[in-house]
Design a protein around this ligand. Sequence first.
Ligand SMILES: *[C@@H]1O[C@H](CO)[C@@H](O)[C@H](O)[C@H]1NC(C)=O
Ligand SMILES: *[C@@H]1O[C@H](CO)[C@@H](O)[C@H](O)[C@H]1NC(C)=O
Ligand SMILES: *[C@@H]1O[C@H](CO)[C@@H](O)[C@H](O)[C@H]1NC(C)=O
Ligand SMILES: [Ca+2]
Ligand SMILES: [Ca+2]
Ligand SMILES: [Ca+2]
Length: 241
Amino acid sequence: MFLEALVFLSLFFPKATDEDSPPNNHLTYTITSASAFPEYFDILMQEGYAVISVNSPLDYERVPSGRIHLTVMARDGGSPARNSSVAVTLELFDENDNPPTFSRPSYIVKISENIIAGATVLFVNATDLDASREFGQASLIYSLEGSSQFRLNSRSGEITTTAMLDRELKAEYILIVRAVDGGVGPQQKTGIATVNITILDVNDNAPSWRDEPYHANVVEMSPMDTDVLSVRPACPLTRLS
Ligand SMILES: *[C@@H]1O[C@H](CO)[C@@H](O)[C@H](O)[C@H]1NC(C)=O
Ligand SMILES: *[C@@H]1O[C@H](CO)[C@@H](O)[C@H](O)[C@H]1NC(C)=O
Ligand SMILES: *[C@@H]1O[C@H](CO)[C@@H](O)[C@H](O)[C@H]1NC(C)=O
Ligand SMILES: [Ca+2]
Ligand SMILES: [Ca+2]
Ligand SMILES: [Ca+2]
């Protein structure tokens, strides 16, 4: 009935009737109670109808179950005046007025390079303060960009590896994570955070020899202490494959 951010929206409802003659049937209306935002509502007479209007934006997030209960009283012009009250329920619709916000603007995590493919690296988590399923927490979808070595579960926010890592190939990944809510088109809101993943070294490289294997011809009857061949480890150590 009312959208939370709209103002000056009016609700007409049929006038009360009073079978007396003037002035005893001259009616005035007042809102005698409101379950939320009492000062935001006005009521006035317009062509015999009571018109309820809103003078400030309402906030769906502060209205339990999205309903506001008003009591409207009609009072006649008699002396003494007689009155009668009616209950009016306003149903509020949520607007997408809150963006998803990650629990941190940037996540820093360190993982060991021998972590298995598919292992959990981290959970990211965004919060959306809109109260409806449609635009709030339940509508969030996560996505990730920056490296195909990692994937992000679009619902749970879990980041896992997709393959084996190798610190000697790449020691740091900077990923961008995004959360979008259920707003449609330009109404959709987005939250962004960065994830800095540092790969920690594991001693997975044994020393290796350069130019192996080695061959040497040793002449028969060489004197003792002749140098046969000098060999040295490759430096820096390179990967065994
Ligand atoms: C409304 O009427 C009741 C009696 O029916 C009376 O007690 C009360 O004071 C009246 N209220 C107003 C604001 O006139
Ligand atoms: C994410 O944050 C929301 C709101 O703070 C919380 O309700 C939810 O349990 C969190 N989810 C995870 C996976 O931590
Ligand atoms: C990522 O985190 C590491 C370890 O905390 C830090 O040394 C590095 O500078 C960070 N990288 C970026 C781009 O912030
Ligand atoms: Ca939202
Ligand atoms: Ca909202
Ligand atoms: Ca390695």
